[in-house]
Design a protein around this ligand. Structure first.
Ligand SMILES: Nc1nc2c(ncn2[C@@H]2O[C@H](COP(=O)(O)OP(=O)(O)OP(=O)(O)O)[C@@H](O)[C@H]2O)c(=O)[nH]1
Length: 799
């Protein structure tokens, strides 16, 4: 199986670079990763000097050769490229070698181009720019003939080499002189001396660029000489010499016998060679300065980017599209790390052969692309982590320890969550999967801050609601009683209670000097606002309690109660027994006055020194609706007739309501008076007059008998004096009470005696046998108690 391919024309007669060369390369390397393990050599020499014949014999290439039997004319036009992986060695054997690309350059003195030396110079420049070894092919008889075209060619080679590598110390080219048709009369050493002398002469005559004046030929070139016998006359010698020559190509590169040295190599991976060669030719052809380092960097840049792109495409194809949840951190890390190392590994294995600086620069670009991809995935993962942490933060916060205030607990929990997230981030950063997670960090802290604010607001709201409820309960307990039993200083007491309830409910937030701290980290000003909000709610509760309990009907019944307490009971809280109308009228006036004493107090909330009570903060009547008002902060309300009224804390009764209350009260008071007056008529009219007449007629004899009897007269006198004394000393009431009590006791005693007499001494007690009797007694007792209670309920009123 042959290891060489048909040659292709790399640069044609019209000086055009063949774009098909890339396909030719692909064909030659058939998918193998050649890297830097390849070589490029060029062959120069006069036209028809047997160059193609030599290459074909040595490397098995298939360059066209001239058929001398027909016509001596130029065969190779432009620059041809051949490929081989074998070389002819001793005894016509073949040795395998690294991929070798051979440039067969158009003969230098061809009649076809005439005096056009331009192509020759360009071809030399191109060959030196891409080759490691320049084979100079010449007939033995050409040696020593300075005017020969080979020497002119070598001058050109020297010049262009200086222009390319004059300022570099790291590159050399091997000039391999192959002397053809060496019949052996002049020994090779002699020929070599002659050639070297000639080369030195040429070198010394060169116009060297600045900085290269003192540099010698050997700074830039290594020289090797070999000779081949006459191909036609000495075929065996030719074959032997050819094998010897070939063995230098088959030796291990950099070994002593090998022609290949690393300093000759252009250190450009084969996959970039085509582009490099094309660029170089383009520069040469357009007569621009051929700057090899720049060209190499350009190629390296292009190729590394191409490799990076391929690696990235591969990376994206196998990139996971799933979302990694908060508890899938390890899976995320393992997946991403494996993808990254796979992608960079792909890149490194192909791109690391190019210029290191370029390789690293492109690698860093590739890393950035990988990280940009990771950033999105990690950001999504971190969003899930963030949500989980914040949910946990809120959960922790609800389990509030009793030893800490809310703000202390909040701050501690917040810092635990922050630390946890920071540790999470720094671990990811350490893994070098993303350069920075600053955005994610700040997003987390913003969310955490929002969650803190929300929780603080929630806690504050709860505090406000709870305090509001406590205050409302406290107010109801104290204020309702005060309103139901009003006194002249009612509002002083109500306000006292109001302040007391508020301060008691907010005692744990009280920090002295009238300031409050609601333990949510609010500023003094905001704490003050919250306090005012609570106060506003307290005012609203008070407003509602006052206005609900001081309705028209309630006020009327309060007045009536006050009136009746005064009207029906005397100073000793005993029920009054009316003797005459005069007494009723007097009691009515007094009781009415007593009732009306509190009407003003119940109509308008004002302190005892007549200052109307105005809430010190605006009152909101509807939560969520900002209806703060000017003035005393009252809202509007709609009455049953659809008329809007201004809500005012102090104004309880309007003038018309007050008038209504008075009228209603008067009606009820009048009923009480009428009842009282009826009770007098009943006592005075229940004995008809004819009874008195009948008494006088029927009892006349008895009357005279008494008058005539001194004992009765004395008795009458005693009784009369007693009545007089009792009347004078106004002792009727105690006497009546005593009498009643005595009668009652006697009646009870008699009943008891009768019962025991009827039932017999051995029977059960009356209370057991006659529940109805007990019930009656209890009822009487209850009535008595109730009677006694009435004045006492009056006395329970605040004095
Ligand atoms: N005497 C002699 N003739 C040779 C030798 N090698 C080749 N030739 C003949 O020289 C002629 C030119 O050979 P080519 O190999 O075509 O020469 P070339 O240098 O490639 O020609 P161009 O490509 O046109 O420059 C052919 O007729 C060969 O047979 C040799 O070693 N000695």
């Amino acid at each position: 199986m042959t290891e060489s391919h048909t040659a292709i024309q790399l640069i044609d007669e019209a000086k055009e670079f063949n774009p098909a060369v890339l396909d030719y390369f692909r064909q030659c390397i058939s998918g193998r990763d050649v890297g830097l393990d390849y070589h490029v050599i060029s062959v120069f020499g006069s036209q028809s000097s047997g160059k193609s014949t030599l290459l074909n014999a040595l490397f098995g290439t298939q360059f066209d050769t001239m058929n001398a039997k027909n016509k001596r004319q130029q065969t190779t036009k432009g620059i041809w490229l051949g490929h081989t992986r074998e070389v002819t060695v001793a005894n016509q054997g073949k040795d395998a070698i690294d991929d070798l690309f051979v440039l067969d350059v158009e003969g230098s003195d061809g009649a076809e181009r005439g005096e056009d030396q331009d192509f020759e110079r360009k071809a030399a420049l191109f060959a030196i720019a891409v080759s490691e070894i320049l084979i100079v092919n010449m007939w033995e008889q050409q040696v020593g003939l300075y005017q020969g075209n080979n020497m002119a060619l070598l001058k050109t080679v020297f010049e262009v080499n200086l222009s390319l590598f004059g300022h570099r110390n790291d590159h050399k080219v091997l000039l391999l002189f192959v002397i053809r048709d060496h019949v052996g009369v002049t020994p090779l050493d002699s020929l070599r001396d002659t050639l070297e002398t000639e080369l030195q002469d040429i070198w010394s005559q060169l116009t060297k660029p600045e900085g290269c004046e003192n540099r010698c030929l050997y700074d830039f070139f290594d020289l090797k000489f070999t000779a081949l016998g006459h191909k036609v006359l000495q075929p065996d010698v030719f074959a032997e010499n050819l094998g010897a020559l070939g063995s230098h190509f088959s030796e291990k590169p950099n070994s002593k016998a090998s022609y290949f040295k690393s300093e000759y190599h252009h250190n450009l991976p084969l996959d970039g060679w085509t582009m490099y060669a094309g660029n170089c030719w383009n520069q040469i052809e357009t007569n621009r300065d051929l700057d090899l380092p720049t060209q190499q960097v350009l190629v390296a840049k292009f190729k590394t980017e191409e490799i990076a792109h391929q690696a990235l495409v591969q990376f994206q194809e196998s990139y996971p599209r799933q979302l990694f949840g908060a508890n899938q951190r390890q899976m995320l890390i393992d997946t991403l790390q494996s993808l990254k190392s796979q992608c960079l590994g792909d890149y490194d294995s192909f791109a690391s052969r190019y210029a290191r600086s370029v390789f690293l620069e492109t690698r860093s670009g590739l890393t950035k692309s990988i990280e940009a991809e990771f950033q999105k995935t990690i950001a999504n993962h971190l969003t899930a982590v963030q949500e989980a942490l914040i949910a946990n933060f809120e959960k922790e916060l609800t389990a509030k320890p009793k030893t800490k205030s809310f703000i202390e607990h909040l701050t501690a929990t917040q810092s635990v969550s922050s630390e946890e997230f920071r540790a999470y981030l720094s671990e990811l950063i350490k893994l070098e999967m993303v350069p920075s997670l600053n955005d994610e960090e700040s997003s987390f802290f913003t969310s955490l801050e929002q969650a803190c604010t929300l929780q603080s607001q929630k806690y504050l709201k709860q505090t406000v609601i709870r305090s509001g409820k406590n205050i409302t309960t406290g107010l109801k307990e104290g204020v309702v009683y005060l309103l139901m039993h009003p006194e002249k200083d009612l509002w002083d007491r109500v306000m006292e209670r109001f302040e007391f309830v508020i301060s008691q409910s907010l005692s744990r937030f009280d920090v002295g000097d009238g300031l409050f701290d609601f333990q949510t980290g609010l500023s003094d000003e905001n704490n003050k606002k919250v306090y005012q909000q609570i106060r506003s709610k307290a005012w609203r509760s008070l407003h509602e309690i006052v206005h609900e309990n001081l309705s028209d009907d309630n006020i009327v019944s309060t007045l009536r109660e006050r009136f009746e307490n005064k009207f029906r009971f005397d100073e000793n809280d005993s029920p009054r027994l009316w003797k005459n109308e005069e007494e009723i009228n007097t009691a009515y006036r007094v009781a009415k006055e007593h009732a009306f004493e509190v009407l003003d107090v119940l109509s308008l909330a004002a302190s005892s020194d007549h200052v109307e009570i105005i809430p010190d903060v605006p009152i909101k009547f509807n939560d969520g609706i900002d209806d703060e008002l000017d003035g005393d902060g009252m809202g509007e309300y709609e009455d049953e007739n659809g008329i809007y009224h201004q809500k005012s804390f102090a104004h309880i009764l309007t003038a018309s309501q007050r008038e209504k209350v008075i009228q209603k009260f008067k009606r009820e008071a009048n009923i009480a008076v009428i009842e009282a007056k009826r009770s007098i008529i009943k006592t005075t009219t229940h004995i008809p007059l004819y009874i008195y007449a009948l008494l006088a007629v029927l009892g006349w004899n008895e009357f005279l008998m008494i008058v005539r009897n001194p004992l009765f007269v004395t008795l009458l006198l005693i009784i009369g004096v007693s009545f007089y004394v009792i009347h004078k000393l106004n002792l009727w009431r105690p006497v009546m009470a005593l009498t009643n009590s005595a009668v009652g006791e006697t009646k009870a005693l008699v009943k008891e005696k009768l019962t025991s007499w009827l039932d017999g001494p051995d029977l059960v007690t009356p209370s057991q046998s006659r529940p109805e009797a007990q019930s009656k007694n209890s009822f009487e007792e209850f009535e008595l108690q109730d009677l006694n209670k009435k004045p006492s309920s009056g006395s329970a009123k605040p004095q």
